[in-house]
Ligand binder design. Structure first.
Ligand code: 5GP
Ligand code: SF4
Ligand code: MG
Length: 458
């Protein structure tokens, strides 16, 4: 998911809308905005892309509030339904509250059972709502203290934005699993999952929000406190591999540059003799350029992606697929015909994408297809908000590299190793790199409560 928040700007609703469009790649299932003018909370949510969820003619319904938060959703916990669209909004005796969350809380099920047995009635099936109930039940009358208390109970990955009648709160989990950045526009402050949102609205990047940090923005300015103790930093490496936009900077590294470096290192680790390097658009282009530069094999655009296929496009029937109806990707025959191709993809999850592309390249006349993946094999599930599926669905948890090669039908297949991947960030000591690589290693930075029956309630 993607989150955004802004405080102290007369165009809060509009800026939130444009920021969400910049964060659209982080979630296409639903979108929403909540704004506040000091006494009334306005909100709009809907299914689909930002422009579908909030048609421009509905923007006036967001009032003229000076503060707003927004969310684009990609579901990993709770189904893809309107009731799970965020921001979630609540009205307590203490006032209005809207909240939006990127990440996944690993003990949400446990906390929800606890809260329901004590009378809480949930309006959604998403893990995020647990936090609202915890805030409502907190002992303190002070909102900041209530948020702090609630977040000390939840475990997992999050970038949270919370809007109340007079403040905007932004929190990043203690391990810093999910990214969040602070920006400034005119006299107003804003926060976002990725810095590309700031570029889009003309805000200036100030800094990354620290793991375990709470930033509070109000008419009195900005205040930073810590709500969580020191934990081992574990930023999600998948943000760089696939999830984030190449023009974003996360924790000091530009995403495009990191991907390009993955490509260079991949070429050194797994060289091959070939005529042309091509990348799978869009997320693998940077790595393909890096591979080409390092190997000296020319980079070419050998695959074209149709940009106009939305989430709801009609899947071609099996018969049409067999006849080669290709909506999303097509090979450039003149580029690949008669060539030995190095195909770069960012990751293999279930193994379906690479298999289809290898077939497509062969049908377009490629002589050999050598697949190089700019990340290690995904062998473990993610519990922190990236949908890398269940363990059974992960091809690398069941098959060896050689078996995957055979399955996708390539001449050769190699993955970037985990230690080498970390070198892209300049870490020579790859044991203490401050990243989460759990889906490649199984070393989770938090408890994961995988076996729900083992959870202790209360
Ligand atoms: P596979 O077909 O192996 O299951 O998926 C791998 C492809 O999906 C890669 O080309 C990669 O760009 C893309 N991918 C990687 N991670 C994700 C993810 O979390 N969600 C989605 N929708 N695609 C992903
Ligand atoms: Fe990211 Fe993988 Fe860790 Fe999930 S398990 S947070 S996808 S590195
Ligand atoms: Mg891809």
């Amino acid at each position: 998911c993607g989150v955004f928040g802004i405080f102290g700007h007369e165009n809060a609703a509009e800026l939130t809308y444009f920021a969400l469009i910049a964060l659209q790649h982080r979630g296409q299932e639903s979108a929403g905005i909540a704004t506040i003018d000091g006494k009334t909370l306005y909100h709009q949510r809907g299914m689909g892309l930002v422009t579908e969820a909030i048609p421009s003619e509905h923007m006036s319904r967001l009032g003229r509030g000076h503060a707003g938060i927004g969310h684009v959703r990609y579901s990993t916990s709770g189904g893809s339904q309107l009731l799970n669209a965020q921001p979630l909004v609540f009205n307590f005796q203490r006032g209005n509250l809207a909240l939006a969350h990127n990440g996944n809380l690993v003990n949400a099920f446990q906390l929800r059972s606890f809260l329901e047995r004590r009378g809480a009635i949930f309006q959604s099936t998403s893990d995020t709502e647990v936090v609202a109930h915890l805030i409502a039940r907190a002992d303190s009358n002070d909102m900041q203290e209530s948020i702090r208390e609630s977040l000390s109970i939840v475990k997992g990955a999050y970038a949270f934005v919370i809007l109340t009648d007079d403040k905007l709160y932004a929190m990043r989990d203690a391990n810093g699993l999910r990214p969040m950045v602070l920006g400034q526009i005119g006299g107003a402050y804003c926060v976002a999952s990725e810095s590309c949102a700031f570029d889009t609205i003309g805000a200036e990047f100030v800094r990354d929000i620290e793991p375990g940090e709470m930033v509070v923005i109000s008419k009195d300015g900005i205040e930073s406190t810590r709500f969580a103790g020191q934990a081992k930093k574990a930023l999600c490496t998948f943000e760089y591999i696939y999830f984030a936009r190449p023009d974003s900077d996360i924790d000091g590294f530009n995403v495009h540059n990191v991907r390009k470096e993955f490509g260079r290192l991949l070429s050194r680790e797994h060289p091959i003799e070939a005529d042309v390097v091509i990348g799978v658009p869009d997320s693998s282009i940077s790595s393909a350029i890096g591979y080409a530069e390092e190997s000296g094999i020319p980079y070419e655009i050998g695959l074209i992606k149709n940009r106009y296929i939305g989430r709801t496009f009609i899947q071609p029937s099996q018969e049409l697929r067999a006849r080669g109806v290709r909506l999303k990707l097509n090979a450039v025959r003149r580029i690949v015909e008669g060539k030995r191709v190095v195909l770069i993809d960012d990751s293999i999850v279930r193994g379906t994408t690479s298999g289809r592309i290898v077939t497509m390249l062969r049908e377009a006349g490629a002589l050999e297809v050598h697949v190089r993946i700019a990340s290690p094999p995904v062998t473990h599930s993610c519990f922190y908000g990236i949908d890398t599926s269940t363990r059974e669905e992960l091809i690398a948890s069941r098959k060896s590299v050689e078996e995957i090669r055979e399955y996708i039908g390539a001449e050769s297949l190699e993955f970037l190793s985990e230690p080498t991947m970390m070198k892209a960030f300049g870490f020579e000591d790859t044991s203490d790199h401050g990243h989460c690589n759990a889906c490649f290693t199984g070393k989770y930075p938090t408890e994961i409560y995988e076996d729900l029956s083992k959870m202790i309630l209360g």
